[in-house]
Design a protein around this ligand. Structure first.
Ligand SMILES: [Zn+2]
Length: 164
């Protein structure tokens, strides 16, 4: 598939990743799957707090939010509820890699869901340096997924609630 998003979406993801530095920042991608064009269309970004430090999640010793992200179940639930009310679904996740490549880690792969888009931002010395988008293939391995930049107005026009 391909992920269609706007430059504004990219700017906001990068700004959030820079704010979260030196920790990992994360959030959810809300939009819709277009079966006709085989595209994921990003409509809303949901910026979240990285819950790794506060969720009491039983991660391996020494793992911190500098190396992991964890989306709190209540954030996921609330995002799903709001998306449904808007006629949309969750289509993916973004998170940052402080001082590391914008390439999925083995942890990312273990936690990944099929069909979702996984945007990863590499943040070096507090500045977003690279942004890549990934999707699992049939063997549960990440492959690059192309991104298509749409004009800001086009994404809104294609929202199901706004089309006639
Ligand atoms: Zn990661």
């Amino acid at each position: 598939m391909a992920l269609t998003l706007t430059q504004e979406h990219i700017d906001r993801i990068q700004a959030h990743a820079e704010q979260a530095y030196p920790h990992e920042g994360c959030g959810l991608l809300v939009g819709r799957f277009d079966a006709e064009t085989n595209e994921k269309i990003l409509v809303n970004l949901v910026l979240l707090d990285n819950a790794w430090d506060t969720a009491g999640h039983g991660g391996p010793a020494g793992m911190t939010s500098q190396r992991r992200y964890w989306i709190a179940p209540q954030d996921l639930f609330e995002t799903q509820r709001q998306a449904r009310a808007d006629g949309l679904v969750i289509i993916g996740v973004y998170h940052s890699h402080p001082n590391a490549e914008a390439v999925p880690s083995s942890c990312d792969r273990d936690l990944a869901w099929p069909t979702y888009a996984y945007i990863i931002v590499s943040v070096r010395h507090g500045l977003a340096a690279d942004l890549q988008n990934w999707q699992l293939d049939g063997n549960h391995h990440f492959q690059p997924e192309p991104m298509k930049i749409a004009p800001a107005s086009a994404a809104k026009d294609r929202m199901p609630l706004l089309s006639s």
